[in-house]
Design a protein around this ligand. Structure first.
Ligand SMILES: Nc1ncnc2c1ncn2[C@@H]1O[C@H](COP(=O)(O)OP(=O)(O)OP(=O)(O)O)[C@@H](O)[C@H]1O
Ligand SMILES: [Mg+2]
Length: 357
C-alpha cells in the first residue's frame, strides 16, 4: 500500500485539485483509493460533492477518538474511491492535542488498520501549513507529492519544503519518496516556461514528467462537486490527470525494485565493516538472537545481536583473519545463516555456516 501526502505549505497551489482529480484518475485505473481530507477548510470533501448529511464522522473524530477505526470514518464516494471527510472542527486539533503524547503518530496508527493490499493507494490532502496535521500526514506516509504552481513564491518555497522534509526524515530515520508536479501552468506565457525550467534545473530528480495546465475546466469541476474526469472526460485536464496517475503507477515497479535492492543489500552473509565482521539475520518475531562459532569457542550464549529499526538483527564481531564455522542462536534454537551459501555438515549432522576472514 502506498500512502502519499499531498503537501505544500503555500496556499492555493493546487493540493486539493490534485488530490481529488488524481484520486479519481487512479480509481479509474482500477486502483482502490482512500482520500483523506486533512484540511479544516474541507475543500476535498466539498469538491467531491459530499454534503454534511452524508457525513457521520470526519478526520477530526479519527484523530481524536482512539475508538474510531479508519473503516468507520470512510465514506464510499465512487467506485474504488473512499473519502474521509473533514470539517472546520479539525482546526482545533492542534490545541486539543498540544500536550498529548504521540500526537504526531495518530494518523499512522489509524492507517495501519487498513489491510496492506498491494496496489491500494491512500492520498492525504494536507492543509497549507506545516503544523500538527501535516506532521501526522508525513509520518504516516511513504511518499510526498508536492504540487507547485508557476509562481516565484512557489519556486522559492519548494527549497524550504524539501528542507522540512529532510528534517522529518531525520526524525523518522527513513526516506520519503518526494515527487513534484507542476500545476496551473500556462505554457503560452514566457513566465510559466521560465518557472518550469527553473524547477527542472534545481529539482529535476523529483520532478514528474506530467504537468497540469491552467484550465477553467478544473474550476468548473470543483464548483460542480465532481472530478474533471466526470465533467469532461475528453478534456485536456482529464488526459493530464490520467497521465499523472499512470506515471505514479509506473513509478511503483521502480520503487519496489529499489526497496528490494535495499533489502538485498541489508541481507547478506557476514560482511567486513570497519569494526569487524557484520552478521545480519532476518527473524523479526524473535525475542533474542546471538551469533556463536569457533571464534567464541562455541560459547552457548554467543555474542548478542541487536534488532534495528527495520527488524533485522545485527552484530559486529572483531575476528582475526582465518577460517571459521559459526551458527546463530534464535530464541535458544541453533541455526545456520540462511543468507550464507557456504556451509558444511558437522559431526552431529547439523549445518554450520562457513566464514573466511
Ligand atoms: N490547473 C488549474 N487550472 C485552473 N485553476 C486551478 C488549477 N489548479 C487549481 N486551480 C484553482 O486554484 C484554486 C486553488 O486550488 P486548490 O484549492 O486546489 O489549492 P490548494 O493548494 O488546495 O489550496 P489550500 O492551500 O487553500 O488548501 C482553486 O480555485 C482551484 O480551482
Ligand atoms: Mg486545499
Amino acid at each position: 500500500m502506498r500512502v502519499i501526502a499531498v503537501m505544500n505549505q503555500k496556499g492555493g497551489c493546487g493540493k486539493t485539485t490534485v488530490s481529488i482529480n488524481l484520486a479519481a484518475a487512479l480509481s479509474s485505473l482500477e486502483r482502490r483509493v482512500l482520500l483523506i481530507d486533512l484540511d479544516p477548510q474541507a475543500h476535498a470533501t466539498v469538491g467531491l460533492g459530499v454534503s454534511d448529511n452524508e457525513i457521520e464522522m470526519t478526520s477530526y473524530e479519527l484523530l481524536m477518538d482512539p475508538a474510531v477505526r479508519i473503516g468507520d470514518a470512510a465514506i464510499s464516494v465512487r467506485q474504488n474511491l473512499d473519502l474521509i471527510a473533514s470539517s472546520t472542527v479539525l482546526g482545533g486539533v492542534e490545541q486539543e492535542l498540544a500536550d498529548r503524547m504521540g500526537r504526531e503518530e495518530r494518523l499512522t496508527t489509524k492507517i495501519r488498520q487498513i489491510p496492506d493490499d498491494v496496489g491500494d493507494i491512500v492520498l492525504i490532502d494536507c492543509p497549507p501549513s506545516v503544523g500538527l496535521l501535516t506532521f501526522n500526514a508525513l509520518i504516516a506516509s511513504s511518499e510526498v507529492l508536492i504540487p507547485v504552481d508557476a509562481s516565484f513564491f512557489s519556486f522559492h518555497g519548494l527549497g524550504k519544503l524539501r528542507e522540512t522534509i529532510e528534517v522529518i526524515e531525520g526524525e523518522l530515520t527513513r526516506k520519503l519518496r518526494v515527487h513534484v508536479v507542476c500545476n496551473n501552468l500556462d505554457t503560452r506565457t514566457q513566465f510559466s516556461r521560465k518557472m518550469l525550467s527553473e524547477i527542472e534545473k534545481f529539482h529535476s530528480a523529483i520532478l514528474l514528467d506530467t504537468f497540469i495546465s491552467h484550465t477553467v475546466r478544473l474550476k468548473e469541476a470543483a464548483a460542480h462537486g465532481v472530478p474533471v474526469l466526470e465533467l469532461a472526460r475528453q478534456s485536456k485536464a482529464s488526459r493530464q490527470f490520467l497521465a499523472l496517475a499512470r506515471e505514479l503507477v509506473e513509478k511503483e515497479a521502480k520503487i519496489e525494485t529499489e526497496n528490494m535492492e535495499e533489502w538485498i543489500e541489508k541481507l547478506h552473509g557476514p560482511k567486513p565493516v570497519e569494526e569487524g565482521i557484520l552478521f545480519t539475520l532476518d527473524v523479526r518475531q524473535a525475542k533474542s538472537a546471538a551469533v556463536t562459532g569457533e571464534f567464541t569457542n562455541w560459547s552457548r550464549e554467543g555474542i548478542p545481536m541487536k534488532q534495528d529499526t527495520d527488524g533485522l538483527w545485527n552484530a559486529v564481531v572483531d575476528i582475526r583473519p582465518g577460517e571459521y564455522e559459526y551458527r546463530f542462536i534464535v530464541d535458544g534454537v541453533w541455526m545456520r545463516d540462511p543468507n550464507n551459501r557456504d556451509y558444511i555438515r558437522n559431526e552431529f549432522g547439523q549445518e554450520n555456516s562457513l566464514l573466511i576472514v
